[in-house]
Design a protein around this ligand. Sequence first.
Ligand code: XUL
Ligand code: CO
Length: 437
Amino acid sequence: MAAFPEVPKISYEGPDSRNPLAFRHYNAEELVEGKPMKDHFRFSVAFWHTMRGTGADPFGPGTMLRPWESGQDTVENAIQRVRVFFEFCQKLGAPFFCFHDRDVAPEGKTLAESHKNLDAVVKVIKEESQRTGIKLLWGTANLFSNPRYMHGAATSCNADAFAFAAAQVKKALEVTKELGGSGYTFWGGREGYQSFWNADMNREMDHLGKFLHMAVDYAKEIGFTGQFYIEPKPKEPTKHQYDFDAAACINFLRTYGLEKYFKLNIESNHATLAAHNVEHELEYAGMQGFLGSVDANTGDLLLGWDTDQFPTDVYLTTKIMLVFMKYGGIAPGGINFDAKVRRESFEPVDLFYAHIGGMDCFAKGLKIAAAMRADGELERMVKERYSSWDAGIGAEIDAGKHDFKSLEKYMLQKGDVTPNKSGRQELFENVVNRYIF
Ligand code: XUL
Ligand code: CO
């Protein structure tokens, strides 16, 4: 049975198209700066939102109409779902996908049964992946939904939870390798604490460091060579989450000697929850050598939680693409749509509208970013802003020719700082808008 009989293969029709089931900007093979668009983005569909999102919220149950769901949490239904998923990705033209172990296969009554269920479904994922050429961007394990992880997984006060999580990640690494995954992500869902009174933060973080080393060791043992990622998020569901933002994650990785093995998977809506924005987080990761992958979505200015909406803001996608291009691209990472349709958008076709919109918005952002780079005006303006560092005292400081004593002497002679550069923020914004509209 075809799950989306009314949806054709989505194709590129150009900016004037009025067809809602076509791309206006995303043209997979079109070259931008000599590279096909598809390689700039490496778009991925998230199994958890696309196939398992029910539309439930804290005030009411699911709303989604999904004719392929039998209503039973069986391996048989899980396999059916996998087939639907690949039909979706193929029609959309997405080259990658991501999943958690528990999204794709039902959790059994025992660990052994869960492993068995996962193996049965992974066999079909592998078949479908080979049939369609759609590849695994990264795999991950769900270490936050089951009640056993109420205090966290690696950072739990209950050592059994650590052990169970280790067993789960071991298996998830094996299946990620089996599927040829390019990476493996850790999002520390409940790795944090709620109350200062009952938490031993230092001990918890030591355990997290130990856990990630075990993952690195096991990957080496089985020959998994994909990239490891940590996904920062400051809060939700935990109040104080250890992987708060890019800076906290990088500090953690260096403290525990993990910096060689990990990069960051930056998520836009997580960045805003940390009171940053995604371009800040990406640039921070990029300049420190930790730019890994992106979970693309957006929040809502008027709602303070992780709403995981599809990105439709071209300023946002332009900034993301500028950072990617600055650091030589996002591979082996990609752009994973960690985004869900709204509760009211309950029809299967809405999944297509959502992804098409996100992909087109990134494609437009890429074209704008490429035009900015070709023109070079913004870059020249930034360079000019720092020009006091290119000659005279600035160049001497950069060349290591000064210390506090010599600088005091310089200032005693000069008297005071000469204000020489306006920030020109408004002009910068106007120049940016020249490329946008
Ligand atoms: C949760 C989130 C996760 C991770 C994978 O906010 O972003 O879906 O991306 O566990
Ligand atoms: Co995410």
